[in-house]
Design a protein around this ligand. Structure first.
Ligand code: C2E
Ligand code: CMP
Ligand code: CA
Ligand code: CA
Length: 423
């Protein structure tokens, strides 16, 4: 908080400026020199903001600010402003830059006294523009992807670590056949789908498709392995899908209308999202849980969520983040974390799925830690629906000795899964 005596300048036109100010008390006069004389542009009072232009665009102060009466102001640093602006939607960022640039050029038209501080090009504006254009184009492409059914779900087996190490469930993972681009992974488009809100209709399609697939896979699976418990299906849900209760209602209806038994559907939400949107997540997850689905915290261990979250959201499953699993054999900290998570889950009567298991020794260690389920390339990569039965078969039964097959399979040769079903 700064206090200025009546008449004291806060900054002068043409200076560089690193903060904006919020007026707490008193009055601030904003003035500008036009044709050699000082013109008052505004008199601002408590609750009003000034000095925001220079810290946002890095140019000089467009006007002079002076206290008219004794005044108290709270500075807002450029770093604070930049943080907020960087978090904003790219289009909003672009609009902000655009409006500021236009205002600046209008002001320059009125007074050509001060040029911009020498800078190569308006890099910030160009960056904002490129980002916003990418967002607009990608948003449109995603919309087309929804309309033209370019999405596909791949499925990755989740195996049970104890006992027979059979396939217990599957995780549905989204892929996008983008024309002229090929098959895109979620990392290439989910962040943007979240930013644009298109994850909401996409997510609804994912639930519908995964439910339908679950019914189909369960039938095939039960026919082949009559004694095995029914498969479950893990479906990723973004917090954006939970933010509006009308959208949650649509998901609820989708689940209720499907032929799938909700008890075999596991909705996964990342720990990071839970922390980011605790209120929306709480309300939405409670409603979804009412359908009878189970809930999993994805990427658990990365977000420092408090234990009360687990209780409050009534989670059934913790998914240990793959970063701990992949490093636990040589990093004691990771091993301690995996051990802590598995025992915490036991205490809370929750299931644990370890993600990203690529190595047999990792599976061995997970078994020692009494981790219930595992998922990873060791068992199978995510595969399209057409290949999933093959994967289930190969993880559940000892592989038959191969004879020349009558019909060619399009499938890649399955890697021998040393510990699965074999012994
Ligand atoms: P996730 O939910 O943590 O999914 C696991 C990711 O790890 C998948 O990446 C999977 O292919 C990969 N993975 C599985 N086993 C291994 C392994 O042994 N080693 C390594 N290195 N990776 C393994 P994918 O399919 O690229 O998905 C990335 C993320 O995108 C997912 O992370 C999930 O957060 C998100 N996602 C995928 N599908 C959907 C969806 O339908 N909706 C939403 N909202 N998010 C989705
Ligand atoms: P900045 O350019 O950083 O420093 C001078 C400040 O005066 C500017 O930010 C705005 O906050 C404010 N300002 C500039 N032009 C006007 C105007 N026409 N009316 C009111 N305030 C202005
Ligand atoms: Ca997941
Ligand atoms: Ca995960």
């Amino acid at each position: 908080m700064f206090i200025y005596a009546a008449g004291a300048p806060i900054f002068h036109e043409g200076e560089s400026g690193t903060c904006a100010y919020l007026i707490e008390r008193g009055q601030i006069e904003i003035s500008k020199r036009v044709d050699g004389t000082s013109q008052v542009l505004a008199v601002l009072g408590p609750g009003e903001l000034f000095g925001e232009m220079a810290p946002i665009d890095g140019e000089r102060r467009s006007a002079t600010a002076r206290a008219l009466s004794e005044a108290e102001v709270i500075p807002i640093s450029r770093t604070q402003l930049e943080g907020k602006i960087d978090d904003a939607d790219p289009l909003v960022r672009l609009l902000l830059r655009l409006i500021l640039n236009r205002l600046r050029s209008t002001q320059r038209g009125a007074s050509l006294l001060d040029g911009p501080i020498a800078r190569p090009k308006d890099l910030a504006y160009e960056t904002a523009r490129a980002r916003a254009i990418e967002q607009i184009q990608m948003g449109r492409a995603l919309q087309e992807a929804i309309d033209h059914r370019q999405f596909e779900l791949f499925y990755q087996p989740v195996v049970s670590c104890d006992g027979g190490q059979d396939t217990a469930g599957l995780e549905a993972l989204l892929r996008w056949h983008r024309p002229e681009w090929g098959l895109l992974q979620p990392a290439d488009f989910i962040p943007l789908a979240e930013e644009t809100g298109l994850i909401v209709p996409i997510g609804l399609w994912v639930i519908e498709t995964a439910c339908r697939a679950l019914v189909k896979f369960q039938k095939q699976f039960a026919r082949r392995f009559p004694n095995a418990p029914p498969l479950f299906m893990c479906v990723n849900v973004s917090a954006r899908q939970l933010c509006e209760l009308a959208e949650v209602d649509r998901m609820v209806q989708m689940i209720e209308r499907s032929d799938a038994d909700p008890a075999h559907i596991k909705l996964e939400i990342t720990e990071g999202m839970l922390l980011q949107y605790p209120e929306a997540a709480a309300a939405g997850l409670r409603k979804l849980k009412g359908t009878g689905v189970t809930l999993a915290v994805d990427d658990f261990g990365t977000g420092y969520s408090s234990l009360s979250y687990l209780h409050r959201f009534q989670f059934d499953t913790l998914k240990v983040d793959s970063s701990f699993v992949s490093s636990m054999l040589y990093n004691d900290d990771s091993l301690h974390i995996v051990r802590a998570i598995t025992s915490l889950a036991r205490e809370l009567k929750m299931d644990v799925i370890a993600e990203g298991v690529e190595d047999n020794r990792e599976l061995q260690r997970l078994r020692e830690l009494r981790c219930g389920y595992a998922q990873g390339f060791l068992f199978s990569r995510p595969v399209p629906e057409s290949q999933i039965l093959e994967r289930l078969r190969s993880t559940v039964t000892p592989r038959p000795t191969r004879r020349p097959t009558r019909r060619p399979t399009q499938q890649r040769p399955v890697q021998r899964k040393a510990t699965l079903g074999g012994r």
